[in-house]
Design a protein. Structure first.
Ligand SMILES: Cc1cc2nc3c(=O)[nH]c(=O)nc-3n(C[C@H](O)[C@H](O)[C@H](O)COP(=O)(O)OP(=O)(O)OC[C@H]3O[C@@H](n4cnc5c(N)ncnc54)[C@H](O)[C@@H]3O)c2cc1C
Length: 500
């Protein structure tokens, strides 16, 4: 098969997957709530074909078209090529879909690229399996979801301790056919409407907890895989009235593995802590975050322009305080673009010829969640009641109501009433609707919390020896460092310290 169309994607969802919405087990293809989301994701597959020059490339093994996000980057040209694909694909939803299939594709490609990490484990079969799976995803153009965060509830103990021990996904049995796994993972965005589920390493696991150190991939329709959906936030509305909620609810779900058989050929890590703990560290920033950062840039670009339109529609665009706020969003965009550019031009071989972006790109992981929340705050402050005084497009067609709306709800600067309503409806759908609020939560947490990301960056900085600036202050002035206590004549300290 070549790169799929939307119709082919939809046909692939016709199976016996166990998806629960509220207390109903549903068929995602038939349930009305899912119509917009499935059409929205189908649109992504059509879009990759429409913009084939950016999104697709020739599969070197079969000669068919494949999504660029599954390529294994080996050079600066490959990184630049992939940038073009990520940028184009993000424009399909203006960055509002976080989990278009290129997200997990790039993760998988990164893992396959780091054969050196698997090789260290001694058994080549695991890399052979994941490489074969990568080929399968390319050739079937599958839509993958992922679920990697431990289902820990009690944060007073370790993530795999106390009550958490029983909650998180782990191996409970081994059979001739494969592993039997049990437990939950948080969350799986797109899970109910993806083809397959890829479980891979997240935070490191300590010795003694090997049964949790797993990586595998299975169809969402595998018996025992239970998708528990959050409330659905997509709405049945015209695109012009709800441009995002009508198409782009990428349905999150908790995945419960109720004694699921994972066939051996789909088991990529089975308790091997050295592979498990190295794989994420060796791929997540330089590889995966090229996709996430570019997607975020596209979203910021849209948010900036949307706010400019809001300012024009209320004639606040010439006010210095509005210019300052608009400039704030634009500065986030420029910083983000600059970080991506710098990380791409400083890309290098991370091992086994895997050419990834510079690790500095992870700075965006700690800042972007704050900027995205700030942008939503700005939209609400700038928009005020205008976000709600927004008749639908159909209301303007009514013979009685239309003329009243044209008269009493026009935009400033000569902007027609219907255009004004469209601008503010879009802004509300972006930042204030049920989906807009969920999207803000997504931006805050989808790569893990900011707190954890900052801690990780700090530990990496210390491991690298950053920065030595304090010591240099005194070295420059010719002042010797104070010797460490064990090197001092402790006797000479007697009588000089504070007295009890
Ligand atoms: C909408 C949405 C979709 C998601 N989709 C997926 C998905 O598809 N697949 C997937 O695997 N995961 C997904 N996630 C991520 C996952 O579910 C978790 O929500 C996320 O990793 C953070 O949860 P946590 O409990 O681990 O947070 P924690 O990291 O425990 O953070 C909770 C709070 O504590 C603070 N904190 C934690 N540790 C520290 C620290 N060391 N120092 C300072 N502060 C700290 C944080 O800043 C935060 O405020 C998604 C999340 C959301 C919200």
């Amino acid at each position: 098969m070549t790169a799929r169309t939307g119709a082919e994607y939809k046909a692939g969802l016709a199976d016996n997957r166990e998806v629960w919405l509220g207390d109903q087990r549903i068929n995602v293809l038939e349930h009305p709530a899912f119509k917009g989301s499935i059409e929205g994701m189908a649109g992504y597959f059509d879009y990759q074909n429409k913009y084939a020059a950016d999104c697709l490339m020739t599969d070197p093994e079969t000669g068919s078209a494949m999504n660029v996000s599954l390529s294994l980057p080996k050079s600066a040209e490959d990184i630049a090529r992939r940038h073009r694909a990520f940028d184009r694909l993000a424009r399909y939803s203006n960055g509002m879909l976080g989990r278009t299939p290129d997200y997990v594709n790039v993760v998988l490609a990164g893992h396959v690229s780091r054969k050196d990490i698997f090789d260290k484990s001694g058994d080549p079969v695991f890399h052979e399996r994941i490489a074969a799976y990568h080929r399968e995803v390319i050739e079937k153009d599958l839509a993958l979801t992922h679920t990697i965060v431990h289902a820990a509830i009690d944060k007073s103990v370790g993530e795999l301790q106390g009550m958490n021990e029983e909650l998180t996904l782990r191996v409970v049995d081994r059979t001739e056919e494969g592993l039997i796994v049990r437990g939950a993972k948080m969350l799986a965005t797109l899970g109910p409407i993806a083809d397959e589920l890829y479980v891979y390493p997240a935070v490191p696991i300590q010795p003694g907890y090997e049964e949790y150190a797993l990586s595998f991939a299975i169809p969402v329709a595998t018996p025992g895989v239970v998708s528990v959906c959050r409330d659905h936030y997509g709405v049945d509305a015209e695109i012009v009235d709800k441009p995002f909620s009508s198409r782009f609810d990428e349905q999150d779900a908790v995945i419960i593995f109720d004694d699921v058989l994972i066939p051996w050929e789909r088991v990529f890590i089975d308790g091997n802590l050295s592979v498990y703990n190295a794989l994420n560290a060796g791929t997540a920033t330089g590889n995966t975050q090229q996709q996430t950062a570019i997607r975020a840039c596209v979203k910021l670009e849209f948010a900036y322009d949307l706010c400019v339109q809001m300012a024009k529609a209320t004639a606040t665009d010439t006010k210095p305080e509005t210019a300052s706020i608009l400039g704030e969003i634009y500065s986030y965009l420029r910083i983000a673009r600059a970080v991506v550019h710098s990380a791409e031009v400083n890309a290098s071989d991370w091992g086994n010829g895997a050419f990834f972006c510079h690790d500095d790109i992870s700075a965006l992981r700690t800042m972007m969640p704050l900027w995205m929340a700030r942008v939503n705050d700005i939209i609400k402050s700038m928009g005020s009641h205008n976000l709600l005084a927004t008749p639908t497009a159909a209301a303007f067609q009514d013979a009685r109501l239309g003329p009243l709306l044209e008269k009493y709800l026009p935009g400033a600067n000569g902007i027609p009433a219907q255009e004004r309503a469209r601008i503010f409806r879009t802004a509300w759908d972006f930042a204030g609707s049920a989906l807009g609020s969920r999207n803000e939560l997504y931006e805050r947490f989808y790569l893990g919390s900011v707190g954890r990301a900052r801690g990780l960056d700090h530990r990496k900085a210390q491991a690298k020896g950053e920065t030595g600036a304090y010591r240099a202050l005194f070295e420059e002035a010719g002042i010797d460092p104070v010797p460490a206590p064990e090197q001092q004549d402790l006797l000479s300290l007697q009588g000089t310290g504070p007295r009890a």
